[in-house]
Design a protein around this ligand. Structure first.
Ligand SMILES: C[S@@+](CC[C@H](N)C(=O)[O-])C[C@H]1O[C@@H](n2cnc3c(N)ncnc32)[C@H](O)[C@@H]1O
Length: 211
């Protein structure tokens, strides 16, 4: 069934799997909402606990629909149209999957290093799975890559990307991000607005905790 709220007919669903909403996730979700809006897709943030109050900026994001219900309840009759983006899937996502699926599902989980395979919480629901290559991505990057593949019909391995970029924290320190990122037109990894400052703040806090 086509999604009437989305001009492209595509819906990107992030199932929020954490009890809280970290600032990191909030920045990622805002970036996903903005890019889905610009590309004519719908963004659905599902399984948001009733008790969780989203930041004002996120509440007002265009093309974002927030649901307390989980994916299984929302799309009970369209299970075969849902594709789980799963780092452990045996097949990579292809542009033709844009004809097979309308709903793309992601784990709303913070990346961890080494990965703890929390996507398994969604895998056990039995959706068809596709991988986006062998390297772990942040959730917003995974949505970005999926949109480029199924909406712009570009193969995963043709999307310019960088693995594990170094981020300069200050004159003396830098940190390696344990993820794959899409490269922007400026040749830099695309990160949500405010993310670099947040990472710098967290790293400096981490360093001062050590002192
Ligand atoms: C930050 S990742 C979480 C990975 C996490 N370490 C885990 O335990 O599964 C968040 C979501 O992005 C998607 N994702 C990230 N990298 C991916 C990849 N290489 N292939 C497919 N999906 C990916 C998955 O939907 C995943 O649940």
């Amino acid at each position: 069934m086509a999604n009437l709220n989305s001009p492209t007919g595509k819906t990107f669903v992030v199932e929020h799997l954490d009890p809280e909403l970290e600032e990191w996730s909030s920045l990622e979700y805002f970036a996903i909402a903005s890019e889905c809006h610009e590309s004519g897709a719908q963004f659905l943030l599902s399984s948001v606990p009733q008790s969780l109050e989203l930041p004002e900026r996120l509440q007002q994001a265009k093309s974002l629909k927030v649901e307390t219900r989980g994916i299984e309840e929302i799309y009970a009759n369209q299970k075969d149209r849902v594709c789980l983006l799963d780092p452990a899937a045996s097949r990579d996502l292809s542009p033709d999957d844009g004809d097979t699926f309308d709903i793309f599902l992601f784990g709303g989980i913070l990346g961890d290093d080494p990965p703890r395979d929390r996507t398994s919480e969604l895998r056990k629901k039995g959706y068809q799975g596709r991988r986006l290559g062998p390297v772990q991505m942040t959730t917003d990057t995974a949505v970005r890559v999926t949109r480029i593949v199924v909406q712009d019909r570009v193969a995963v391995d043709k999307i310019p990307s960088v693995d594990h970029p170094e981020l300069k924290i200050n004159e003396n320190e830098s940190t390696e991000m344990p993820f794959r990122y899409v490269l922007g037109k400026d040749g830099q990894p695309i990160m949500p607005e405010g993310m670099v400052d947040l990472i710098k703040k967290d790293s400096e806090k981490g360093l001062s905790d050590l002192l």
